[in-house]
Every structure is written in C-alpha cells, then in structure tokens.
Design a protein around this ligand. Structure first.
Ligand code: TRP
Length: 428
C-alpha cells in the first residue's frame, strides 16, 4: 500500500491573517508532522491569476505565503512544498482533463454560478466580467490534485464541490483511458473552528475584518483593540457566547486559560483588560514565528531556492506520470507503434430513434441526439405496428415526415426545428 497522500493548495492572492492560521496553516503543519502521511503543499499562483490582475500583488503574496508556511513550521525536507507555476505538467494535465469534462458540469460550479446569478440579478448580461479562467477553475484544481494521486485534500467547506468535481473528472478519464487517476476525497477538519473577525462575522478578506498574522507587535495590539464588543461597563458581567474576543482567545488558549477568561467575563472584566489578555496570548504564540517570518521575507533568494527544490521533488513524480498519461490518451511517439490494425475504427456517435412501450399500455418512439438528449417525442400509438410505420416514414423521408406526423408528436422544450432536421439527416 502506498502511504496516505495529503495535498492542498493556497491561492496566492493576499496576506495571511489569523483566520488562515487557525483554520488552515496550523492544522496543516501539525498534520504534516504526523508519521505515515506524505504531504504536498503548494502555492496556487495560477489560481490567483483568476482573481488578481496585479502582477506585483501576486509576487508579494507568493513571497508572504511561502514565508508564512515555513515560519509556521512546515519542513520542506519532510513535505513537498512547491509553487504551482513551476510545474508545467499541471497545465498540461489540465488540458487532458478539460477534454473529458462536461461543460454542463462546470456550469453548475458554485463560484461561476454565483457570478452569473449576480449579473442576472443586477440586470447585466449573464457573462459580464466572467472569464473563461473562472469557468475552468475546477478543472485546474482537479489537475493539481490528480497529478499527484492525492487521497485526501484538506479544504474549507466552500471547496467540497471542487473535490467532488475532481472525482467525477477522474472517473470520466479512467473510464475512457483506463484506471490511472486516483479518486480524491475532501478532508474537512471538524475540530477546526472558523475564526470570527473584528466585526464578529467570519474572518475573511472579503469582509475586510481581518487581523494580520505577522503584523508587528504594536500593530497587532492596535488591531485587537478594534475587535467589536458590547457596551457593558467594567464590573458588569459579560457573556462568552457570541463574543468574538472570547472565540478568538479560545482558538489560541488551552482549556485552563479558557476557563480563566470565562470566569473573568462573569466577574465583569473590563473590555480593555480582556483585549490585553488576548493580545498577550496571541503574541506569545506568534512572536517566535514572526521573527523567522521577517528573516525569510528579507531573504527572497532563499525562499526561491526552497521553492525550486520543491519543484524538482514534485516533478520527479509529475514528469513520468504525465508521460504515461500522454501515452494513454494517444499523444505518442510515432515510432512507438506502427500497428494500425490495433486501431478500432471509431464509431461516430449518432442520433437514434427509440421505440418503447409505456406503463399506460401505449407505444411510443423518440429521437435522441448522440448524447441522449431528447429531440422528438411521439404521442401514444395503439400498436407497435403503427409506431414502426411512423419510424419507417421518418427514416425514409426525414424532415418531410414531420409534417405528416405533426398530430402524432408532442413539443419538446428548447429544441429548434433545425436541430431536429440535422439529427434526422444523421440517422443511421
Ligand atoms: N481553490 C483552493 C482555495 O481557494 C486553492 C486550491 C487550488 C486548492 N488548487 C487546489 C486546494 C488543490 C486544494 C487542492 O482554497
């Protein structure tokens, strides 16, 4: 059995905040230290291009995120830590997968659909500002995962659909080309809390309520002072439930410390004092990492070297695998096989007429296109003979027969007469 392979990507579109640290970075670094797992962490900079059109920001974010993960204790000797755009096999696999992915599947992706719905709701054209990159996002993500045969993919809940799509895409590929791709599973850490931000809503860049992970000490203090509380005066008992300050504290404190703050709340601690306690607690965990973060940020050459070694390590797996996949799909050296007899003539998929009996006792026929989409639907006939006669007429005179059969057909929504006519022309 190959070891359990865990893989996750971090989009390089911002500066890491406390929510990222508690929700993703800290659990991932801990998991990477567990024996028996083989971990892959990468900077998803191709994904960042989908939302960020500022080159300097992509570069800066890549630097900051790489420094953050290393400062948080990720050991690049132990795991495979790389940058997506250093692995040309990823976009190559992305194309192979694109060719087995149904467009309809991508139409249903949440992120794409949200953009379309927003446009429609505001009276714009459905595709306004929607790039093909946003549309293709799930396929690129599938390539990230499938290239390294990952079993488990730790992600937030908003990403579960993407992992399911990666599974479906892998299945389609395997069905067509043989079992090559491993079907991945999402790993959602139930014990990891989502951290509230300054205003009590989930800490997120899109709400502009974040606390930077590696802000200088004094800035951290200032940001913590900005956490929203109620207006209870010193001496008045305070509630832990719904207190963002308390929840953030809990994410850093041990059980004893948490109980102590709970008691202090009941005893009417002043908000200013509670904020001071929170600040000191976070700073205690963050300060040592902040120091190595600063050192790394100021040594981009070292970070670049680490990422380059990561890419070499990753490509040791990716290069031979993509070679196999190319072979599988038929992108082959012409010398490798000259046996054309082995090539089965490809049966072009055609539309077809189907005859069947319904539970109501009547006999029907329908015309479906090569993908099974319904184009024509008959009404019920008394006998199979009548159905057969109608089909024979369609086969003999094609679209001309439609006029004669008019009273025997029911309309099919969304199908144009041209589609029906060209399908009839393609009938075997
Ligand atoms: N889409 C992920 C996010 O926004 C980042 C990502 C890109 C990713 N490729 C991945 C995560 C592959 C897991 C596996 O969070």
């Amino acid at each position: 059995m190959s070891p359990l392979r865990v893989l996750t990507g971090i989009t390089t579109s911002g500066t890491p905040h406390l929510g990222n640290y508690v929700g993703a970075i800290r659990p991932a670094v801990r998991a990477s230290l567990a024996p028996g797992a083989e971990s892959f962490y990468f900077l998803a900079d191709y994904h960042a291009l989908i939302k960020v059109g500022e080159p300097a920001r992509i570069q800066r974010s890549t630097l900051e995120i790489a420094a953050t993960w290393l400062a948080a204790g990720l050991d690049p000797e132990r795991v495979t830590f790389y940058r997506q755009s250093d692995i040309p096999e990823i976009p190559e696999l992305c194309w192979l997968l694109t060719c087995v992915t149904g467009k309809g599947v991508l139409n249903r992706a949440h992120a794409y659909k949200a953009s379309v719905d927003k446009n429609t709701a505001s009276g714009h054209d459905a595709d306004t500002d929607v790039t093909a990159g946003l549309f293709m996002y799930p396929v690129l993500m599938a390539a990230d995962i499938l290239l390294f045969k990952a079993h488990k993919v730790p992600v937030g809940r908003d990403q579960i659909q993407h992992i399911e799509m990666a599974r479906d895409i892998a299945q389609s590929f395997n069905h067509l080309y043989g079992e090559q791709l491993v079907l991945p599973e999402a790993a959602i850490e139930a014990s990891v809390a989502t951290l509230p931000g300054l205003d009590g809503r989930k800490m997120s860049k899109s709400y502009d309520n974040t606390i930077a992970l590696f802000a200088p000490r004094e800035q951290l203090r200032k940001q913590i002072a900005g956490i929203v509380t109620d207006s209870k005066a010193p001496g008045e008992a305070k509630k832990c439930e719904g207190s963002a300050l308390f929840e953030i504290y809990q994410a850093f404190a041990n059980a004893e410390e948490t109980i102590a703050l709970r008691t202090a709340y009941a005893d009417g601690i002043a908000w200013g004092d509670a904020k001071q306690i929170l600040f000191e607690r976070i700073d205690r965990e963050v300060a040592p990492m902040r120091e190595s973060y600063e050192a790394l940020i100021n040594d981009p050459g070292k970070l670049e070297d680490i990422l380059q070694s990561g890419a070499v390590k990753a490509r040791r797996l990716a290069t031979p695998f993509i070679a196999t996949l190319r072979q599988n799909v038929g992108l082959r050296n012409l010398r490798s096989s000259t046996d054309t007899r082995a090539v089965k003539p490809v049966k072009a998929a055609r539309p077809s007429l189907k005859q069947y009996r319904e539970k109501d006792g009547f006999f029907y026929f329908k015309l479906v296109d090569a993908h099974g989409r319904l184009l024509l639907q008959s009404l019920g006939f008394e006998s199979p003979r009548e159905t057969a006669a109608a089909i024979a007429l369609l086969q003999a005179t094609r679209s001309q027969a439609l006029l004669e059969l008019q009273t025997k057909l029911q309309p099919v929504e969304g199908v144009s007469p041209e589609e029906v006519a060209s399908a009839l022309d393609l009938l075997a």
